[in-house]
Write a protein of this length. Structure first.
Length: 116
């Protein structure tokens, strides 16, 4: 009897450990996204290091992300949609290149440019 009791106790502990382990992985994955790095890799060419468009971006019609008026009138959903779908002949869509978690993380990078 007592042996069974110990065995059950141990397997419950193992199960709990396994659940904590797996959920731990998914939590750290979301937190592991280095949004700034994603931005510097995929967006900087046109939108610039500080959200100030480069010559290339300006030529295509990109806006100043630090602009308070633009920040105020633009919703997170619009930013997510723009990154996903892009604009034909101006900005390429990123929905195939980036995960939705990465795209959401980019919203905070862009919001960060608005805070001076
Ligand atoms: C090839 C140049 C280029 C790259 C690379 C690029 N963009 Fe753009 N982006 C543009 C242009 C040009 C516009 C303006 C499009 C328009 O007027 O519809 C724009 C518009 C936007 C807008 C909407 C601005 C508004 O006025 O509402 C957001 C948000 C945005 N880009 C985010 C990003 C992010 C994030 C990345 C990287 C994942 C990225 N862009 C990469 C050129 C680029």
């Amino acid at each position: 009897m007592s042996k069974t009791g110990i065995f059950t106790g141990v397997s419950v502990a193992v199960m709990a450990g396994a659940i904590a382990y797996f959920s731990g992985i998914s939590v750290s994955r979301a937190a592991d996204i280095d949004a700034t790095k994603v931005y510097m890799t995929h967006c900087k060419t046109c939108h610039g290091e500080n959200g100030h468009p480069t010559d290339l971006g300006t030529g295509l019609g990109a806006r100043e992300f630090a602009n308070a008026e633009w920040q105020a009138k633009t919703t997170d959903e619009q930013i997510i949609k723009q990154i996903n779908n892009g604009t034909p002949e101006k900005m390429m869509p990123f929905k195939e290149k980036l995960s939705q978690d990465e795209i959401k993380a980019l919203v905070s990078v862009i919001r960060g440019f608005g805070k001076k």
